[in-house]
Design a protein around this ligand. Sequence first.
Ligand SMILES: Cc1ncc(COP(=O)(O)O)c(C=O)c1O
Length: 418
Amino acid sequence: MGREDLALYGGRPVRDKPLPPMFPGATFIDDEEVNEVLEVLKAQSLFRYYGPRFLGKTEKFEKAFAEYVGVKHALAVSSGTGALCTALAAVDVGPGDEVVIPGFSWIMDAMAVLFLRGIPIIAEIDETLSLDPEDFERKISDKTKAVIAVHMRGFQCDMDRIRKIAVEHGVRVVEDVAQACGGSYKDRKLGSIGDAAAFSFQLNKVITAGEGGAVTTNDEDVYVKAAVFHDAPFYSRFKGEPSPGLNFRLNEVSAAILLAQLCKIDSIITRMRKRKANIVKAISELDGIDVHKPIDPEGDVAVAVVVFLESFEKAELFARALNAENINAWHFFNPGRRDLHVYYHWDAVLNKVSFASKGCPYTCPIYGKTVEYSREMCPKTLKILGRAVNIDVSPLLTDEDEATIIEGVEKVAKAILR
Ligand SMILES: Cc1ncc(COP(=O)(O)O)c(C=O)c1O
């Protein structure tokens, strides 16, 4: 097998059609979700707190989700970004507070901090593809209020080390579980380890209602603050104090869909884990490829196989060659391709674009410092991501899809990596 056999150079692709789509929860929507939605519509009660024939789907979902994650409280909210804002507000992030976030996450992690008039401090990742605990510690200052531990692509952050450092420095830990719902770390579900956690149920996520989110916590005080923040006018509902907040409530239709989706999450993850295990086993021994290993492989949600190549150039070519074979591959970092998972492309953050051109939050008097950002500030992150290529593992993969992914990776590796 030589270069001329690659579809990229005119050869025949290993697949003649694309792989199944990667919308895990959405592609399992069936009569169960339909019936749940119809029930809510027929009851004409779309609001979560009351209605003409109120069904209380949102509260049912919250109870079921809290039990699934293994926490005392779950609060349903209208998006993952709403969940991040709510969780950060609930651990007391406010004007002039610094919040450490990894340079490989999602731009809304930074935006949520800015929205609370806090200052995002961007830290390196390591080969786990999540926050580098050593750089997290280096980035802590007397202004640091919280850290967001973002569990990317279904993998876990090193929660023991992150928590230890956070506790030593009095920093609160918010987990971002948007991409890793259902995953676990040392037998504890992700979202049950930090002071608070944020989940997203947007369409690409493991379970979905199109939009939606949740905040989880074991801390009573954090829960009450989160609940008040997400429904500020009605603080007395949660026995909270009157305080500034927003309206991030979830509606009953979305909650009903999520109730049905939650019953399917484990079987969706089991499918992805089985496929991923087979693919990883088959490609691990290939020359020139280093397969990413999650910190706790048993708890990996298995939404993706990530491989590291020797160099940026090899990774770029590898990804292009796989795409030509009809195997979707995503090179995590390319300076010329805007991807808002990488801080390098967060222009609004890097340029310190402020609210209403007033300099806020960067000129916040309580902050009293100057933060500087640059595209080059996390070189280790760019280097790691520049060598990393992601292949999604859809729960819809068939035996044939799995075989062609393995065949395609072998074919491309043999042609270009020797
Ligand atoms: C890591 C991460 N955090 C937060 C979010 C924000 O979630 P949403 O789109 O529901 O606001 C996403 C969504 O893609 C995400 O991937």
